[in-house]
Design a protein around this ligand. Structure first.
Ligand SMILES: Cc1cc2nc3c(=O)[nH]c(=O)nc-3n(C[C@H](O)[C@H](O)[C@H](O)COP(=O)(O)OP(=O)(O)OC[C@H]3O[C@@H](n4cnc5c(N)ncnc54)[C@H](O)[C@@H]3O)c2cc1C
Ligand code: FES
Length: 272
């Protein structure tokens, strides 16, 4: 794991309350894999004291070498509302890679990513990896599938972020919104259901959406993994603030999302 003070190279607004911050951290950019996350902390302040977890959105190459990581975030509370004020040239504390990469999906004809809210963020790097247009963690690019679809649901059009990045990466994008202001009106899982059985599925977003996705996957009998956005304190397995309940052969157990996840087989989670 790398821990450093990283310079902010770019900080841009993408959508309502949604920003992309680019951090200069070559070692982390070279090591991190899709599905893993990093912790960010504001320097020179103890408020908030703890770092916050964010997914890898993408790595940035210079002459073929990874030099920076991009994080896309939604402003929700104390840390993210202060993060907005950190300008290019200033710095953040960053540590990672944390957690495990996405679970192995084999080499399916098509893979379907399902995102709700800010849950699209782990999927751009993953789509590039799956389509073989980018290698991560020192691996050479290797295609695992020919088609990646993204089903992406937001509350309204103003919150839809990164759609053009996905299209430019060769992903076919289907949009849904609660108020019908972009894409199909309704929940993203309803849109997916209306298009008929597909799989494997990979989800990230609010828990009710992930639960609906897990039920759909069970009805279709297709593999489904979900990346959980559980609030975390330490991010490295010490505090047990992030546990998820899972089924095991010996009964229900708890797993730490930060070190055992954040990606889990949806069929093995206990949805409450
Ligand atoms: C593995 C992982 C990857 C993540 N990736 C991203 C990402 O790429 N982009 C992004 O915007 N966010 C991501 N998150 C969520 C992000 O960590 C939280 O939004 C962030 O910690 C909020 O910090 P804050 O200080 O602004 O809010 P706080 O002041 O800590 O909280 C504000 C409010 O939001 C609630 N809250 C805090 N964290 C969460 C959460 N995870 N889920 C639901 N409610 C929460 C609190 O209960 C509170 O009501 C990820 C979380 C995890 C675990
Ligand atoms: S956040 Fe501390 S154990 Fe997971």
């Amino acid at each position: 794991m790398y821990h450093r003070t990283a310079r902010v190279l770019e900080h841009v607004k993408l959508a309502e309350r949604t920003f992309r911050v680019r951090l200069e951290c070559p070692e982390l950019a070279a090591a991190i894999r899709p599905g893993q996350f990093l912790m960010l902390r504001l320097p020179n302040t103890s408020d908030p004291l703890l770092g916050r977890p964010f997914a890898l959105y993408d790595t940035v190459l210079d002459g073929g070498k990874p030099v920076a990581v991009d994080v896309v975030y939604l402003v929700v509370g104390k840390m993210t509302s202060r993060l907005v004020g950190v300008a290019a040239g200033e710095s953040l504390q960053v540590w990672g890679p944390l957690g495990k990469p996405f679970l192995d999906v084999g080499t399916p004809d098509r893979l379907v990513l399902v995102a709700g809210g800010i849950g699209q963020t782990p999927f751009l790097a993953y789509a590039r990896e799956l389509l073989g247009t980018r290698g991560f963690g020192g691996d050479a690019p290797r295609a695992r599938t020919k088609h990646v679809s993204l089903y992406y649901g937001v509350r309204n059009a103003g919150l839809a972020a990164c759609v053009e990045d996905f299209r430019a990466a060769g992903v076919d994008v289907h949009l849904a919104s609660d108020d019908g202001s972009i894409g199909t009106k309704g929940f993203v899982t309803q849109l997916l259901d209306s298009h008929g059985k597909v799989g494997p599925l990979v989800g990230c977003g609010p828990e009710p959406m992930l639960h609906a996705l897990a039920k759909l996957a069970a009805r279709w009998s297709v593999p489904c993994q979900v990346s959980l956005e559980t609030p975390m304190a330490c991010g490295v397995g010490i505090c047990f603030s992030c546990v998820a309940k899972v089924k095991t052969p010996d009964g229900d157990d708890y797993k730490r999302v930060c070190v055992d996840g954040p990606c889990f087989d949806a069929a093995k989670l206990v949805w409450e």
